[in-house]
Design a protein. Structure first.
Length: 393
């Protein structure tokens, strides 16, 4: 089976590069992936998959039926949306849309999903079970997975795989991590309500700016003394608004920030913890407050068995040197975790870094990928899919 997968993928390599370059040149923002969806649906249909469009608003689902007696369904999720970034032109297939760019590699992700579908479609007579390909919109806004799940894409699914490119990992390598891969990402809004007064007589007012400063400091200090240091939390206030004049004590301050955490138990307690800190400070100084803690996406927690399958499939396909065990999780977020609330899964990192020139980070206007990674990723994903029915209990 492995030899067949590699041979088919190599034969498809020119077509896969063509697909990736087409998607890269025609990026679309989150929730607006109409042309991308139509293009993906056309490719899937041409290889005999049963295709559903307009799933999760602009998403696409492709069903590939196996011929075996194992009725379990494996989902493979890739995302499609681009970012509002002006691309620094560095190729003849650069973005044709001003101010929009595939700066996070979702063009490669979509290509990997299509490539895996193309390869497995040639081997469907040997597939023990079914594969459902999910082409998801709006990952960058962390809404697309929710939309897809609400439209029922996880009904009947038993496990799921996902992938994300990483420029810091060299091409032809795949990054594997057991357990936490990414962090939960929540949003936080705090409003401090004091009483205005003359800047020369602060004792006659309740200074919302000063109290807001105490809140920021108290939150940062409390993390190190009230939270488990083995369960990292990052709380960043990125925006503060308040005050109207230099000699008027502000009566209202609004603060907005992000909260990142890796462990589900810490994540569960964060809203109450944040409010307790804010409440304590405000009561001390006589201010009122509002805390709006908005849950984002949870942490991606890779399943042990499914991660082992991806690792073993990669080692068999490309050798031991192709596997890079990732020592640390990322504090970036991924809404792949929404699917993991339904079934176990694994997301791996695909190395796209050049070995002979500068590698720019994700979300950079000069971000590029070494396209040699495409076949590496397609083979690993397709072979891991085949091994799923063999190894997963």
């Amino acid at each position: 089976m492995l030899a067949e997968i590699k041979n088919i993928a190599q034969n498809f390599a020119p077509r896969l590069i063509e697909i990736r370059r087409h998607i890269h040149a025609h990026p679309e923002l989150s929730g607006e992936e109409h042309q991308t969806s139509a293009y993906i649906a056309g490719v899937l249909s041409s290889y005999g998959l049963n295709v559903k469009e307009a799933v999760g608003k602009t998403g696409v689902v492709g069903e590939l039926a196996g011929s075996g007696s194992d009725r379990r369904t494996l989902a493979i999720r890739t995302d499609m949306d681009a970012l509002p970034i002006q691309e620094y032109p560095n190729s003849d297939f650069a973005s044709l849309k001003p101010g929009i760019m595939h700066a996070c590699g979702h063009d490669v992700h979509s290509t990997l999903g299509l490539g895996t579908a193309m390869v497995l479609s040639q081997l469907s007579n040997n597939l023990p079970g079914n594969v459902r390909f999910l082409f998801q919109p709006a990952e960058e806004t962390a809404l697309g997975a929710k939309w897809m799940v609400e439209d029922g894409v996880m009904e009947g699914v038993d496990a799921i795989y996902g992938v994300h490119v990483f420029p810091s990992i060299p091409v032809h390598r795949i990054g594997i991590r057991y357990g936490a891969l990414t962090s939960a990402a929540d949003e936080l809004e705090i409003i401090i309500q004091g009483e205005s007064g003359h800047g020369a007589r602060p004792h006659q007012a309740i200074d919302a700016v000063w109290i807001a400063a105490q809140v920021v400091v108290s939150l940062q200090q409390a993390i190190s003394r009230t939270q488990n240091p083995l369960h990292p939390i990052v709380l960043s206030i990125g925006q503060i608004e308040g005050g109207r004049a230099p000699n008027v004590i502000a009566d209202r301050v609004r603060m907005v920030g992000t909260v990142r955490s890796l462990h589900p138990e810490s994540h569960a307690n964060l809203p109450e913890w944040v409010e307790s800190i804010v409440q304590g400070v405000c009561q001390t100084y006589g201010a009122k407050y509002q805390v709006d803690y908005r849950r984002g996406v949870p942490s991606v927690q890779n399943d042990q068995t499914l991660t082992q399958i991806v690792e073993s499939a990669t080692r068999e396909a490309w050798g031991d040197d192709s596997v890079q065990i990732l020592p640390e999780p990322s504090l970036g977020a991924e809404d792949f975790s929404v699917y993991l609330d339904k079934v176990p899964g694994c997301m791996f990192r695909l190395g796209v870094g050049y070995q002979d020139k500068t590698n720019y980070p994700l979300h950079h206007p000069k971000f590029e990928v070494d396209e040699g990674a495409i076949v590496t990723g397609v083979v690993a994903m397709a072979y891991a899919a085949c091994k799923y029915w063999e190894l997963a209990a």
